[in-house]
Design a protein. Sequence first.
Length: 148
Amino acid sequence: MQPEDDDPFDFAPVATSPRVDGWSAERQRAFIAELASHGGVAAAARAVGMTPQSARRLRTRPDAAGFVRAWDAAVDQGRLMALDLAMKIAREGRLVPITRRGKIIGHRRRFDSRLLFAACYGEPMQRYEREARAALEPAPPASRPGSR
């Protein structure tokens, strides 16, 4: 059984040449963990001391199937976390300081309807809505042997 079979984050790292500044197995796993936390390739690559370009090159290697699955799952998870945060901010607003003469005298909640609109109608929501609808559609009838 391959590690990728159950958990996409438990992947077999791409075999790379042993370099101190290269994509070691540990660095690949750390990159995927960073990517899952926020979904941003550039920030995840920088967090592990690499460039987004080198991460994308690693992804295109023929032996990177497990890494690609982990990458895709991490991006999905990061986007869901960002969507959750956007929905929370849209619902609860953001605390904004009220200042007078350079001093903070209180706070108020600022709501942003554009954020709510983006969270409700953005690409991630549309994609998950399509997937949910597809899952609810009845399966086509199975053909019987010998029938057309």
